[in-house]
Design a protein around this ligand. Structure first.
Ligand SMILES: Cc1cc2nc3c(=O)[nH]c(=O)nc-3n(C[C@H](O)[C@H](O)[C@H](O)COP(=O)(O)O)c2cc1C
Length: 189
């Protein structure tokens, strides 16, 4: 899926407004994410009106760039996996934004309690709700180059000490034709 390989954080945007259908698509993508016990613990607060963004500037210097913003929040649910669940939703949303020709960036809020409390006060969130992240979204003002980030030395075969040598591929280890792994392809400590 090329969007996964081409996605980068986008932090500056044109003045072009983001269409409502695109925002809905992004929300739908978020809500397609897997979640523990299928709890789907997320709620999203969409900020469209620029006057709603202004208070955000007090939250983070990174947020000087908001054409449209979404919060991902959660209420208390049965399983304690809400962070993982909402992160999966956020990642889906970043990829869908890219697919739609938009740019976005994940701005972390949780676990900064002070920021969470301030956001809850600003936007009327109940105390039972946590704020995981903010996600500004807009049409990218600049194109960023994408680099290959694959690192074979982050891949361990079977046991931690068996690390792939630089440039070695899983195929060269015989994954596809069931040959046994070649020691030459691995650094074994
Ligand atoms: C949990 C989390 C918190 C982040 N918080 C911020 C942030 O506050 N401000 C920001 O500009 N980028 C933030 N980012 C984006 C990262 O800086 C970015 O993903 C990373 O530098 C890699 O760049 P890329 O997204 O272009 O691949 C955050 C990303 C994650 C996953």
């Amino acid at each position: 899926m090329k969007e996964i390989f081409e996605r980068v954080s986008v932090r500056s945007y044109t003045d072009q407004p983001v269409e409502a259908e695109k925002i809905e698509d992004i929300l739908r993508a978020g809500m397609c994410a897997p979640s523990a016990g299928n709890e789907r613990p997320w709620h999203f607060v969409v900020l469209k009106d620029p006057k709603d963004f202004l208070p955000l500037m007090q939250i983070s210097e990174h947020l000087q760039m908001l054409p449209q913003a979404k919060y991902v929040t959660q209420k208390r649910y049965r399983f304690d996996f809400w962070v993982q669940d909402c992160c999966a939703a956020l990642e889906n949303m970043l990829i869908e934004a890219k697919h739609l020709g938009l740019g976005a960036v994940w701005c972390g809020i949780y676990p900064d309690t002070e920021k969470i409390i301030r956001l809850c006060c600003m936007y009327g969130l109940p105390e039972t709700v946590e704020v995981l992240a903010l996600m500004p979204i807009g049409y990218p003002a600049i194109e960023r180059k994408v680099h290959d980030r694959y690192k074979s030395d982050r891949v361990h075969i079977g046991r931690w000490e068996n690390v792939l040598r630089d440039g070695a591929t899983l195929d060269s280890l015989g994954f596809s034709d069931k040959r046994s792994a070649s020691d030459e392809q691995m650094i074994t400590s």
